[in-house]
Each structure stands twice: as structure tokens, then as C-alpha cells.
Design a protein around this ligand. Structure first.
Ligand SMILES: *Cc1c(COP(=O)(O)O)cnc(C)c1O
Length: 383
């Protein structure tokens, strides 16, 4: 079956007791056992260890990413934390993309570093830089592509090949493109991470996360952490996410087309210095974007003349675009990474990886493209 069919039907069966077409929200702590001998005969014991609504979402995501199993988490950060706990011990080393979600960087430098795990933040857009960063005790390579917020790309197949040769698992944060546009497991990755908060749920209604594993063995390791740490997603959030995923391809195609229109408008505007969108032929890795994904996503950034002051003025002058953290929802949002999403990244590290003070990040939504462009136009006239 093709993607649009699978996003609706995979993992979901009509409820066996009532025929309800949607998997119900199984809001129950515990599950009654038939007898001591038939313990777990229906598959569930206690909702931290497994819940039917959560399982329906896990099965759907495994199907869409082409994985052997999925563990859903309370948030995207809980999912990344789950992967790190499953793969790393004290004394181990991990290679992480130097441009990544701000929370990923914080988790490495402020938490895992306290437990004797060492990190190299490498430019994973360069396979040679990854090779150089690998040490004898490297036990995880974690990449994010396109990266938040600079939209730098990592060649998933090239890094997976390097990882495989060394027997190191390669985890890819696929939040920005989703399995509709990019399927890292097909390109050789071992683990796929999602903040389902973003495009998968898509309506600014929940926070959630997921880890899809290429093999049952890896899934067992991640699921063990999910149960042992209790960083699970609630049945209600899983249910909302199940509904969101059904329209993923339609939303992504609409948002991607809007992102292209907005980028083209910004690229020709005299007050805009720089526009970055992987769909533009001016993007330095446009070719790689076209090779490893079937769409370019809906994240864009630009810089205006006048630096931080002008950037702030634009963000405060926008009407339809909402100033808020988060991305991937149907509502168009604008963010200033330096003061918002990446405030916890050291200033020197931000400068090194290209998160400049004047960078304005757009998460393009599903409104009419012309309305989005007109709002940007009036805000740009104010500087
Ligand atoms: C938002 C985000 C996360 C963290 O997800 P939460 O659900 O907010 O915890 C991780 N990675 C990327 C790429 C993100 O955009």
C-alpha cells in the first residue's frame, strides 16, 4: 500500500467489542488478568508497560517508517533521552550533530555529561568530520537532518555506512521531514526519533515523542527504557496523534508548497539579505535534499538588513504569523532562535554553527500562501 493509505489505516483495527472505527482512548491504569496461568493473555498488564491506544500509534509509526518496532514517549526530548539511556554507559562517547535541537544539546552537556558520557558535536554534513570524531568508545551517532534551525543537511546513507562499518548505531532525528518525505531506516539508519509534537500530530494540541527501531533487538532495548523510566505518552495524547497522522501527507504537501512560495517571495525582497530553504536551488545542499527526501519540508529562515533590531521589529510587526516556540503545526509560527529555542546553546557554539543573532525562523503553516506573504510584506516595510 502507498503512504496516504497507510497513514490512515496502518496499525488501527475497528474496536473488537463495539466496532468503533477509531481505536478508543483506553483510559485504564490496569488490565484484568483471566487467571494466574493466563497472565498477559490479552497483551496488557499496566499502562506504563503498555496501553492499547499507545500501541496502535506505535504500530502505525513502525509501519510508516519501515521499522521493526516503536516506543512512544511523553515528549521528543524523552524519546532522545530514551535512545541515549538505551545505548550509552558511563565512559562511552557519542557523536552528535553540531546543529541540533537546542534541547538535545542541553541534554548532552547538562545531564548526560554528569554521568561520564562524553560528546563530540561534529559537523555531520561532512562524512569525514564524522569519521574523525569517532573514537574507540563511541557507542552512538545522533544526527538531525534538516537541522534545527540552520537547515543544514546530513547525508543519512553516507553516515549510516560509516556507522555500520564500525558497528555503531546511527539514530536520526526525523522530526522536520517525517516518514512521508524521508525514511532514514531505508537509507541505512538504525533508529529514527520524532517529536510527534510537530508535524505528526500537527495541530499544536500535544507534546509527544517516538523512537522507531530498525530491528526488534533495538526496539527491545528502547522499550525497556520506556517502561523502566516511565517516560510514557498518555492514551489521550496517543489518540490525538493517531488522528493527526491520518492527514500527514496532505498537510505536508500544502505546507511545503506554502514554504516554497514564501521563500521565493523573501528571496526577491530587497530588505532580505539571506533566505534558507532546502527547496531553493540556492540552498548549498539542494541536491542532497532532492536525493534523500521526496519533499523539502516547511521550515524556512531568513536574515534581514539591520541585524537583531530589524529582526525583532519584523517579528513584533507580524499579525498572521504568531510569535511562538513550536513548529510543524497548521498555524504559521515565527521564532527568534537566539532568544527562544536555542537560548541554552553557548554563544560561541551558536556563532560557530551559524545561528546568528538576526536569524528569523519560520514554521510555515497551512493558511493561504498569499495571506502569509502579504503579512510578511507589511512587516518588512516597517524596517
Ligand atoms: C521539538 C523538537 C525536539 C523535542 O521535542 P519535544 O516534543 O518538544 O520534547 C527534538 N528534535 C527536534 C528536531 C525538534 O524540533
Amino acid at each position: 500500500m502507498r503512504f496516504a493509505t497507510k497513514q490512515i489505516h496502518a496499525g488501527v483495527e475497528p474496536d473488537p467489542t463495539t466496532g468503533a472505527i477509531l481505536t478508543p482512548i483506553y483510559q485504564s491504569t490496569t488490565f484484568v488478568q483471566e487467571s494466574v496461568d493466563k497472565y498477559l493473555s490479552k497483551g496488557f498488564s499496566y499502562s506504563r508497560s503498555g496501553n492499547p491506544t499507545v500501541l496502535a500509534l506505535e504500530n502505525k509509526l513502525s509501519n510508516l517508517e519501515g521499522g521493526a518496532g516503536t516506543a512512544c514517549f511523553a515528549t521528543g526530548m524523552a524519546a532522545i533521552h530514551g535512545v541515549m539511556l538505551a545505548m550509552l554507559n558511563a565512559g562511552d562517547h557519542a557523536v552528535v550533530s553540531d546543529v541540533a535541537y537546542g534541547g538535545t544539546y542541553r541534554l548532552c552537556t547538562k545531564i548526560f555529561s554528569r554521568f561520564g558520557v562524553n560528546f563530540t558535536f561534529a559537523d555531520t554534513s561532512s562524512p569525514d568530520a564524522v569519521k574523525e570524531a569517532i573514537r574507540d568508545n563511541t557507542r552512538l551517532i545522533l544526527t538531525e537532518t534538516p537541522a534545527n534551525p540552520t537547515l543544514k543537511l546530513t547525508d543519512i546513507a553516507a553516515i549510516s555506512e560509516i556507522a555500520k562499518a564500525k558497528g555503531i548505531p546511527h539514530a536520526v532525528d526525523n522530526t522536520f521531514l517525517t516518514p512521508y518525505y524521508q525514511r532514514p531506516i531505508e537509507l541505512g539508519a538504525d533508529l529514527v526519533i520524532h517529536s510527534t509534537t510537530k508535524y505528526l500530530e500537527g495541530h499544536n494540541a500535544t507534546v509527544g515523542g517516538a523512537v522507531v527501531s530498525a530491528t526488534a533487538k533495538l526496539d527491545e532495548k528502547v522499550s525497556f527504557i520506556q517502561n523502566a523510566t516511565g517516560t510514557i505518552v498518555s492514551p489521550h495524547v496517543a489518540w490525538l496523534t493517531l488522528q493527526g497522522v491520518k492527514t500527514l501527507s496532505v498537510r505536508m504537501d500544502g505546507q511545503c508548497a506554502n514554504a516554497m512560495a514564501v521563500s521565493e517571495f523573501l528571496e526577491t525582497h530587497p530588505k532580505v539579505d539571506k533566505v534558507c530553504y532546502p527547496g531553493l536551488s540556492s540552498h548549498p545542499q539542494h541536491e542532497l535534499a532532492s536525493k534523500q527526501a521526496s519533499g523539502y519540508g516547511a521550515m524556512v529562515w531568513f536574515e534581514v538588513q539591520g541585524g537583531v533590531a530589524a529582526g525583532k521589529k519584523i517579528m513584533d510587526s507580524l499579525g498572521l504569523w504568531t510569535l511562538a516556540e513550536n513548529l510543524g503545526s497548521v498555524e504559521s509560527l515565527v521564532t527568534h532562535p537566539v532568544t527562544m529555542t536555542h537560548a541554552d546553546v553557548d554563544e560561541a557554539e551558536r556563532k560557530r554553527v551559524g545561528i546568528t543573532d538576526g536569524l528569523v525562523r519560520l514554521s510555515v503553516g497551512l493558511e493561504d500562501a498569499q495571506d502569509l506573504i502579504e503579512d510578511l510584506k507589511q512587516a518588512l516595510e516597517k524596517i
